[in-house]
Design a protein around this ligand. Structure first.
Ligand SMILES: Nc1ncnc2c1ncn2[C@@H]1O[C@H](COP(=O)(O)OP(=O)(O)O)[C@@H](O)[C@H]1O
Ligand SMILES: [Mg+2]
Length: 249
């Protein structure tokens, strides 16, 4: 579904992604872990063309993003954005639009759906994320967890094949994390590919079939959550997980 090849991203003379290669399959849930500043958010933004990069490529379906400016590759960029939905850490809902207004915005203005058609679909999506009862509410009237569910419905309204989430549990009470896992697991079982940045190990363990650990712009470790979280091979992963140094044998 997504193929990342030798992706390099620099800010001035700082290398933030250092030749990342990774593949994300259809219907797979992958968690990106690692210490702050390791490049997780930057990688996620590169996956849907929100960020340009310096070398390498990002292939989503049959669309390919290459280094350089967005304007030069707008057709490919459009193809990628259409396939890849993004749920931001701070949700970025439109403050002056209701829940329903937020969800129909892109289908109406980007896809050209009629308001009636978009509204029907939005209502179904809001039911799916458990937000039907707050259709008319504005973002400021919603809790963090509720805004997040609206943001997920808004992303799904464009019928993406991939959903990217940046630290989706950071504003949730622990008891809400299980609900998010259940929702994402349902979407995944319907064929959605999910790539999520998280620092919550339980969330990674319950949702993902594979985790990637990013550190200093490199994938330093990859495997099942069970293996990586309990028997990390890389010292930096051990430190990140608070496991202390491995005993030499
Ligand atoms: N717009 C930017 N300009 C300069 N440096 C940036 C910018 N965005 C991120 N960085 C730097 O890139 C590195 C990786 O950041 P980020 O991808 O946000 O890491 P993570 O999400 O793993 O915490 C950090 O050192 C950060 O300071
Ligand atoms: Mg981040």
């Amino acid at each position: 579904m997504i193929e990342v090849r030798e992706l390099t991203k620099r800010y001035a003379d700082r290398t933030v992604l250092n030749g990342i290669s990774a593949t994300f399959e259809k219907g797979e849930a992958v968690a990106l872990l690692g210490p702050s500043g390791g490049g997780k958010s930057t990688l996620l933004r590169c996956l849907n063309g929100l960020e340009s990069f310096d070398t390498g490529s990002v292939k989503v379906g049959d669309c390919v993003l290459e280094p350089g400016h967005a304007r030069a590759q707008s057709a490919q960029l459009w193809g990628v954005r259409r396939r890849v939905g993004f749920v931001f850490q701070q949700w970025h809902l439109f403050a002056h639009r209701t829940t329903l207004g937020n969800v129909i915005e892109a289908p109406v203005h980007v896809k050209g759906q009629s308001v009636k058609e978009a509204t029907e679909r939005a209502k179904a999506l809001l039911a799916k994320v458990g937000m039907s009862h707050r259709e008319g509410a504005y973002p400021s009237e919603l809790s963090g967890g509720e805004q997040q569910r609206v943001a997920i419905a808004r992303a799904l309204a464009m019928d993406p094949e991939v959903l990217l989430l940046d630290e989706p549990t950071s504003a949730l009470d622990p008891e809400r994390v299980g609900e998010l896992v259940a929702l994402l697991e349902q979407l995944r079982s319907e064929g959605l590919t999910i790539v999520t940045v998280t620092h919550e190990m339980r969330f990674a363990q319950e949702l993902a079939s594979r985790v990637l650990v990013l550190h200093g712009g490199n994938i330093i470790e990859e495997g099942t959550p069970g293996r990586v979280l309990t028997h990390p091979r890389h010292e930096r992963t051990r430190a990140f997980l608070g496991l202390g140094p491995a005993i030499a044998s």
